[in-house]
Design a binder for this molecule. Structure first.
Ligand code: ADP
Ligand code: MG
Length: 477
């Protein structure tokens, strides 16, 4: 039995002893990493999961494991952040553990809402549990939009219909839409909610047209109590989809069903959207999601730290809150990079290291950073893209760039190539897939493997450690 099968075996035994949602929450991103003489080493995705599983489930895991391998004596938990990735092949698919009857309503970590339309087809859409109205931080700039969502969630389909939320990228629109859907379900568990991204909506319409050759689309969603469509501006110029949407909108609206929409601009400014739709968008409540003020930004960061169960120095949080000017997604992104670095390399985030992340957000301009000293500014990241890292590594190891990026598996080239991938990932934060593209289209598992290989060797190979330090220094880190 390999490790994965063994873990599945254990999970199958654990499942009946736990509540379904708890099982999914805590075990979705876990795996057996190895067995060290009598100790089963289990990987968990975060410090938070670590402490929870450690307190609540460790003994149960051991008991379940002993059924098959009685020689086991202990369980050791290890945090491995990579387990969060959906495509991590070490994990067991929970769908192979959870009984058939449970699958319909719930998938790992997601509340799934099932809708039956004409009876000929069944579709399901998901709300991400990480978005709630309770964890949306309210400041003066977004009090109105938040209040509108709360009101709708308590009284769907009444005076605030449709609810139309607009604002720039990364300002919390998706968060609010999904959270409102979730809150409606909390208040009215029997209601049927459908959440669409605009792309998904487009695809559904195209599919329906292909399958039914008629206006049956709206019939499939007639039973819905709340229809949510995110980024509605993407329906611009899609005339057929707009027409279907128009009919569906009218049906639902007339039946007092709630409609919630988001867009990057107010209804009036939506180019390429029919006037009759735009005027309907304005019939209910239109609220803007603004970029929050400094205090709210700081509160969002503090909340995120609490969620992640990490402590970050107040001056660092203050610095991030001061210097990210465009979106909450970027604000969170900078903090999460700092936390990732802290977990991976065991270094405490500083104003300087965080400054590097912020500058990377906008590499084309030399962002002016508030509250950073001249000295801190001096250490500038000199690499701007993967090509810079590749040429630096090629120079350092005196290997032609073409060889470094090429397909050849010669020993003297493999290690520098792996180092190169490691550095691009670490320093620039590119995804494994993107990195693979720079190396003759290698796939993400190869890149992941290279990354892990370098990382594990760093612990025991001082020459390698020296090289990485030297290379990082050249990059201005
Ligand atoms: P949009 O859909 O407007 O592009 P998102 O809803 O995806 O933006 O928001 C980006 C990120 O910022 C999400 O992780 C979201 O949870 C977070 N976020 C935005 N505004 C807030 C807020 N006021 N409180 C907490 N998190 C927020
Ligand atoms: Mg969005």
């Amino acid at each position: 039995m390999d490790l994965k099968d063994f873990w599945r075996d254990i999970l199958l035994r654990l499942y009946p002893t736990l509540r379904h949602d708890q099982f999914i929450t805590w075990f979705a991103d876990t795996a057996i990493l190895r067995i060290d003489s009598g100790t089963l080493v289990v990987g968990v995705p975060s410090q938070f999961a670590y402490s929870w599983i450690d307190q609540q489930y460790k003994l149960r895991i051991l008991e379940a494991a002993k059924v098959t391998k009685p020689e086991l004596t202990d369980i050791a938990l290890v945090v491995d952040a990579a387990l969060i990735n959906n495509d991590d092949t070490r994990k067991v698919l929970l769908s192979s553990v959870v009984p058939e009857s449970k699958k319909v309503r719930k998938l790992p970590g997601k509340r799934e809402v099932r809708v039956t339309g004409t009876g000929t087809d069944t579709v399901s859409y998901m709300l991400n549990p990480k978005y709630t109205l309770q964890n949306f931080i309210v400041g003066k700039h977004n009090r109105l939009v938040h209040a509108a969502c709360l009101a709708v969630s308590m009284n769907p389909g009444s005076q605030w219909n449709p609810l139309f939320i607009y604002g720039g990228v990364g300002l919390g629109k998706t968060h609010l839409l999904q959270a409102t859907g979730r809150e409606i379900l909390r208040n009215f568990p029997d209601k049927i909610i459908v959440y669409f991204t605009a792309e998904r909506f487009l695809n559904e319409v195209v599919d329906a047209i292909k399958k039914y050759n008629a206006h049956d689309f709206k019939a499939r969603y007639r039973g819905v109590d709340c229809l949510i469509v995110d980024d509605i501006q993407l329906l611009a110029e899609k005339d057929r989809t707009q027409e279907e949407f128009f009919h569906l909108f009218n049906d639902l609206y007339n039946a007092n069903k709630q409609i919630i929409l988001s867009s990057d601009r107010p209804p009036k400014e939506l180019a390429g959207i029919e006037t009759r739709l735009k005027s309907r968008f304005e019939m209910g409540m239109v609220a803007e999601s603004h970029f929050p003020d400094y205090e709210t930004r700081l509160a969002i960061l503090q909340n995120k730290c609490a969620e992640q169960q990490v402590l970050v120095a107040p001056d660092v949080l203050d610095f991030i809150a001061h210097n990210v000017h465009h979106s909450i997604r970027e604000l969170e992104g900078v903090l999460l990079q700092a936390i990732a670095q802290m977990r991976l390399e065991n270094v405490t985030p500083t104003v300087k290291s965080v400054g590097t992340f912020i500058r990377r957000l906008d590499r084309s301009s030399d962002a002016e950073l508030v509250g950073v000293s001249k000295e801190q500014m001096d250490s500038k990241l000199s690499v701007r893209g993967a090509d810079d890292v590749i040429s630096l590594v090629a120079d350092y190891y005196r290997i032609p760039i073409t060889e470094l990026q090429g397909p050849l598996r010669k020993r003297e080239i493999m290690m520098p190539r792996q180092i190169c991938m490691y550095l691009i990932y670490e320093v620039l934060g590119f995804s494994y897939d993107t990195i693979g593209d720079y190396f003759s289209g290698r796939n993400h598992t190869t890149v992941l493997h290279s990354y892990n290989k370098v990382k594990s060797r760093l612990a025991k190979d001082s020459k390698l450690l020296q090289d990485i330090h030297a290379l990082k220094k050249e990059m201005g880190l």
